[in-house]
Design a protein around this ligand. Sequence first.
Ligand SMILES: Nc1ncnc2c1ncn2[C@@H]1O[C@H](COP(=O)(O)OP(=O)(O)OP(=O)(O)O)[C@@H](O)[C@H]1O
Length: 263
Amino acid sequence: MTPSPTDHLLTADGVTVRFGGLVALKDVHITVPPGSVVGLIGPNGAGKTTLFNVLSGLITPNTGTISSKGHRLNGLRPHHLARHGISRTLQGLNLFSGMTVLDNVMTGAERLAKTGLFTMLTGLGRFERDERALRERAMVVLDELGITHVAGAYPGTLAYGVQKRVALARALVSEPDLLMLDEPASGLSSDELAELATRIRGLREHVSILLIEHHMDLVMDVCDHIEVLNFGAVISSGPPDTVRNDPAVTDAYLGSAEESDDE
Ligand SMILES: Nc1ncnc2c1ncn2[C@@H]1O[C@H](COP(=O)(O)OP(=O)(O)OP(=O)(O)O)[C@@H](O)[C@H]1O
């Protein structure tokens, strides 16, 4: 059965963003239905990061609405997304260098932590129980990603690919319904890329994914649906085969390659 729009985990509708005279996004509509992996691609400067930032609450669009399961998200701050079952990984890893991997991952579990400041201050014991449950949950996720052995390490001592897995673990620990991944393949070796593709396919069983990625093979491989942006507008959308064979997409990428050749 096709999910109704109010089941959709994230929808941007009529989103326009202007930076001074430059229109970075023009009337963009994209949506992530439950149980899907949606890819967002486009040549350099197409507007992908701007859209990701709008969806994360980092940029307020000039017009348009962002919603999740029928609830309007406009005006929400990034740290409120977890309440709506949305988490994300960023291009920069944003790990806390002074915290161990385990503590970093636990910071992602805000949604599961039921304890408020009051409980902590009164020391009624629930805080300890929550802390223990969070620690256990974080270890389960580290185990799923094959990195329990680095739980006590500091991020700066780890290889980049491992740090990326830590960032993914932190996003997954809150058991999101939707995971937004901003260029998860960047900086990975070919082995790590293959592993990432397998992981995304596995995650799809429990969580929908919005994937912003330059790595075309990965996008074509793992996505159910792809949206292609160029100069801030969606120029093509559909399943990988449709997008791959769309002349508008080929032209956009060729145009962009020619522009960089001219530079
Ligand atoms: N804060 C800003 N102020 C002014 N212009 C901006 C700002 N952020 C982005 N832009 C411009 O908006 C357009 C879209 O940029 P954006 O970074 O969203 O594209 P992108 O598709 O993510 O590109 P890339 O693949 O190179 O990261 C570009 O022309 C960019 O120069």
